[in-house]
Write a protein that binds this ligand. Structure first.
Ligand SMILES: NC(=O)c1ccc[n+]([C@@H]2O[C@H](COP(=O)([O-])OP(=O)(O)OC[C@H]3O[C@@H](n4cnc5c(N)ncnc54)[C@H](O)[C@@H]3O)[C@@H](O)[C@H]2O)c1
Length: 253
């Protein structure tokens, strides 16, 4: 699909990889709406790129419906959805103080997995009503998993389960939405240099990068964004989960 002139929704657009994808999409000529639970952060990035910053809790049906409607009113129905919003709540299943509080597990599933699905269903509904482009294509959805979907580490039960859910959803959703000409792909990043990662102590960052076969450095956000652009442009990519990880295989801790 041509990015130029298309309307795009980016969740988690107020920070890290979401902000970087939004910048790349805007530079490629898309009309970008940034949906983030942190509205102020989304608005800062939106202002910089001439986009629209919207408050949105991806885990809430009402909040996501309102944000998608506001984006539609400003930019027209989106042909591109990039799900980047995500959270990590660490905790061992059995910790020093007892079993992991269930709400910690539920919260990660709600934001990461249910939130990605919630946005997908709303965006796909709009996409399905748009005229078909070349090859009968109407829209494309990209979600963000993690290599923790395959090699979840100690203390990451909820996060790993949520990201594995996103990976598993990919082929089912691609098949389900195929009749509308909507593609669904997922990126499973390794360790990306976002503010969260860069706040880790330098020795810990070094031990993480030393374990990387090649290249031995954190992944840059723009490497994630450029893969998003390629997925959007390449109509043959569908139903796939792509690891972007320097050949890293995470150890138990
Ligand atoms: N940074 C990494 O190394 C890494 C590796 C693999 C996967 N990921 C995944 O990539 C995505 C982005 O990571 P990041 O490092 O840029 O994170 P980040 O914390 O910098 O940004 C996440 C954004 O999501 C927003 N958000 C959180 N909950 C939300 C909700 N309920 N509704 C809407 N927005 C919400 C936050 O406000 C924030 O702006 C996440 O899904 C993360 O799990 C990150």
């Amino acid at each position: 699909m041509d990015i130029k002139g298309a309307a795009a929704l980016v969740t988690g657009g107020g920070s890290g990889m979401g902000a970087d994808v939004a910048r790349h999409l805007a530079k490629a000529g898309a009309r970008v709406a940034l949906l983030d639970v942190n509205r102020a952060a989304a608005e800062v990035v939106a202002q910089e790129i001439g986009g629209l910053g919207l408050a949105c809790d991806v885990a809430s049906a009402e909040s996501a419906e309102a944000a998608v409607a506001a984006a539609r009113a400003a930019h027209g129905p989106a042909r591109i959805l990039v799900n980047v919003a995500g959270i990590l709540i660490p905790g061992r299943i059995v910790g020093k103080d007892g079993p992991l509080p269930l709400e910690k597990f539920s919260k990660v599933i709600e934001v990461n997995l249910i939130g990605s699905f919630n946005m997908m269903r709303l965006a796909a509904f709009d996409m399905a009503a748009l005229p078909a482009l070349q090859d009968g294509e109407r829209g494309v959805v990209i979600s963000t998993s993690s290599i923790a979907a395959y090699e979840g580490q100690i203390g990451q039960a909820g996060y790993a389960a949520s990201k594995a859910g996103i990976a598993g959803l990919t082929i089912a959703a691609a098949r389900d939405l195929a009749r509308s000409g909507i593609r669904v792909n997922t990126i499973a990043p390794g360790l990306v240099a976002t503010p969260m990662m860069l706040t880790l102590p330098p020795e810990l960052q070094k031990s993480l990068t030393d374990a990387m076969p090649f290249p031995q450095r954190l992944i840059r956000a723009d490497e994630f964004s450029r893969l998003c652009l390629h997925i959007i442009e390449n109509v043959a990519l569908n139903g796939e989960v792509i690891r972007l990880d320097n050949a890293v295989r995470l150890q138990p801790k």
